[in-house]
Design a protein around this ligand. Structure first.
Ligand code: SF4
Length: 477
């Protein structure tokens, strides 16, 4: 009998995304050659983060970034929580709870890497899968982790019938063959269900989304900062009819005690199938949240569909500066953004929740351009409020440079390397040092950078120039 422990990513709890745990639990439990323990002790990390958040906040100043962080939900603190927990001895506390030599772990992003390194250094045999392994070449992942013998990297998607016993016995990196993803909507052994109590403490449950993915493809697929462009992105629903999808989603919404469904498709498009599912779910009183973009919001039919089937949207705006938009190849300009607002005023019901998702510290022409960017966003907010939309929010993500994105290949206005003037995510990390939070994210995968204007002058973070303006516009996630 092969004994192993299954662990989800330390960053699972951003939203309740249980599709992965459901399939893996089902797969491992049906195989009588495997004796699996599900270890969710990592969940208590959420509580650590929440507890630590309060004490950090007490020490915070009136720096614009602090003001935003004070308003941030515990979920935001999770962004730094997983790496800095290495310092607080959290991983050492987890180790005795892992009773087997083999640990299978779903890795979602770079924040799982320090934990996987820790497991490897502790002598565990680690089977690493998850979307991170689909985003980067196996060779790169191995080099990131020091190419140890006690690691195998599994890329591709696990189905209920995938022979994980063989994969582990072979102990070789592997790319799994395609599955039809039907299992994703029928498997019923999600082991996270038993941890609902902890989950609801870690989150404000009434404010939590149950998250699913129909199709992670992006029809636009040109933005230079976007990590998803390289990934093969399957349609998880093509082999399943609308009724079965509806039943599965409804059951999970009830199980996870939430009224809110986040459809995590990167750039949502309507289809007959998803219209039918949404119609039924809304009839049952559930709210639907999608992710979309400015280009779709300039399409009348899209807005009419939105009115009928959707309650909330996150619009990937990124910036309202023509220079920055052009630099990242977003495909629209400030004029198009204003036009989308006119269309929304014309076609959209005023009670919809609209959240613009922006990126701080994108490459900018100069300091004036940075100011203009946030002034434009303020104009957007005021225009929408004047048109009667009261629920308009802007949230931000600091620019994150991953090695696989096109922005890294085009660093005319950036210098890679960590300094006291680093922008983007490393600006946040540098700032958090003041509160004793040391981030251990590897620099070869979250690359620090300085940015420069078109005349070669160093530009600091947006927070240093327009903090007050940002505070008027931006709400944290
Ligand atoms: S950022 Fe959004 S719109 Fe751009 S390529 Fe990525 S998923 Fe598509």
């Amino acid at each position: 009998m092969m004994k192993l422990t299954y662990m989800l990513s330390p960053t699972t709890f951003y939203v309740m995304h249980t599709q992965t745990s459901n399939i893996l639990s089902h797969n491992l439990l049906r195989d009588n050659r495997i004796d699996v323990s599900f270890n969710l002790s990592i969940l208590s990390l959420c509580m650590d983060i929440i507890n630590e958040k309060d004490s950090i906040i007490e020490r915070m100043s009136d720096h614009p970034l602090d003001i935003l962080l004070k308003k941030a939900s515990p979920n935001y603190f999770k962004i730094v929580g997983a790496p800095y927990s290495t310092r607080t001895g959290f991983f050492e506390k987890i180790l005795p709870t892992i009773k087997t030599e083999i640990v299978l772990i779903t890795c979602w992003n770079i924040y799982c890497i320090p934990f996987i390194k820790f497991l490897l250094n502790s002598g565990k045999k680690v089977v690493m899968g998850g979307s991170f392994c689909n985003s980067y070449p196996i060779k790169f992942i191995r080099s990131l982790l020091g190419d140890p013998d006690n690691l195998i990297v599994v890329s591709g998607y696990v189905g209920v019938q995938t022979d994980l016993h063989k994969v582990i016995s072979d102990w070789k990196d592997v790319k799994l063959p395609e599955t039809d993803f039907i299992d994703m909507w029928t498997a019923k052994n999600d082991h996270m269900k038993s941890y609902l109590k902890i989950l609801s403490k870690c989150r404000r449950s009434d404010n939590t989304y149950y998250s699913i993915t129909f199709n992670n493809n992006c029809w636009y697929n040109k933005c230079k900062f976007c990590k998803l462009r390289e990934e093969r992105v399957p349609d998880f629903t093509c082999a399943v009819d609308a009724d079965r999808l509806y039943e599965n989603i409804k059951e999970n919404l009830i199980t996870y005690k939430t009224k809110k469904l986040l459809v995590n498709d990167n750039y949502f498009l309507f289809s007959d199938k998803n219209r039918e599912i949404f119609k039924n779910l809304r009839k049952d009183g559930f709210k639907i949240y999608i992710l979309s973009g400015i280009l779709s919001f300039n399409n009348e039919q899209y807005l009419r569909d939105f009115n009928e089937y959707v309650d909330e949207v996150g619009i990937g705006l990124e910036s309202a500066s023509d220079f920055s938009l052009d630099y990242i190849t977003k495909g629209y300009k400030w004029e198009d953004i204003k036009r989308s607002i006119h269309n929304m005023a014309k076609y959209l019901d005023k009670d919809k929740n609209i959240r613009y998702l922006t990126i701080t510290d994108l490459v900018s022409k100069d300091r004036e351009d940075i100011v203009e960017n946030y002034e434009n966003m303020l104009t957007m907010k005021m225009m929408l409020n004047d048109h009667g939309f009261e629920r308009v929010a802007f949230s931000y993500t600091p620019l994150q440079l991953f090695p696989s994105i096109d922005l890294v290949k085009d660093t005319e206005f950036m210098k890679i390397g960590r300094t006291e003037s680093s922008s983007g995510m490393w600006y946040v990390y540098e700032h958090l040092k003041k509160y004793g939070i040391e981030v251990n994210v590897p620099e070869d995968i979250m690359m620090p950078f300085e940015r420069y204007d078109i005349n070669g002058n160093l530009l600091l973070s947006d927070f240093e120039y327009v903090g007050d303006l940002m505070d008027r516009i931006i709400d944290p996630v």
